[in-house]
Design a protein around this ligand. Sequence first.
Ligand code: UDP
Ligand code: MG
Length: 328
Amino acid sequence: MTAKLLSVIVPCYNEEENIEDFYRELQKQTREALTRHGLEMEVIYVDDGSRDGTCDAVRALRKQHREVRLLSFSRNFGKEAAIYAGLEHARGDLVVMMDCDLQDPPFLLPQMLDAVLTEGYDSVATRRVNRKGEPPVRSWFARRFYGLINRISRTEIVDGARDYRLMTRQFADAILSMGEYNRFSKGIFGWVGFRTKWLEFENVERRKGETKWSFWKLFIYALDGIMAFSTVPLAMASVFGVLFCFLALVFIVFIIVRKLIFGDPTSGWPSLVCIISLVSGVQLFCLGIVGQYLAKTYLEVKKRPIYILRQEESDSAAAQETGRGEQA
Ligand code: UDP
Ligand code: MG
């Protein structure tokens, strides 16, 4: 029997100084566990349109290690696209995705392998229990986001969950079957179900380089996540509608009663202006929400590819050995 294969997917965007460190650390932490379980490993670096020497760094690594593969995008498509591309090209019986900056600690991988291979889980997910080293404003917004999305979505999205997750081939195929354009992995992982074990760890700060997520980028990502996994905002228009009808009714009764008791000193245009601007504000707000969903639907029906490859470099011999996937 040929050995089982573990595919490690590593999305990279301008990470030239981390490529080698990551590989070295991964090898160091997992060598023993891999031999114990009789596993071979392939490492797929997905270059998400980097503008620095990321590709060259991976190529240099490929010269020494046959199991390293490179997928290079034609431009920056985002981490979600990189994960999807990695999954599509992974040949492994087990698949794990890890950030390149060593914020997803490789020392957890042996435990994760044990959980899947001996305890019978379909996937092992990780979450960080604190956000040490992160700007407080960012943490605050992150907490609010998880609170909100879990209230309005039926898919559970765990606070602090990382995309660092080990999964079986069956789990990976389930994710691949979700070919949506607006991808929000944290939701997709939860949506597909299966038996998942959660491991917790203390936040690790980025080894080298800088985070690729600005506050604004994260904010948009959060909105995308909400729209991808909840339709509650769409129902808000109806709720507001009912609420304002009710208020209007109360107001009408109030005005009639006042007229009957006190007569009608004609006044009240300032209050009228306030009411009109409030109601039209709410209407525009609701229209905006509908517009957002429409825009997402528009992009979705266009069926554009999630990513475009410029180049793939991998060892074709490895592909034949495992008999899975296409060659370079
Ligand atoms: N990344 C990517 N494409 C992007 C942004 C980020 O592939 O457009 C990768 C990045 O190289 C890293 C991982 O996604 O390996 C996580 O990014 P980062 O460390 O910047 O995010 P943070 O850990 O600060 O949330
Ligand atoms: Mg990071």
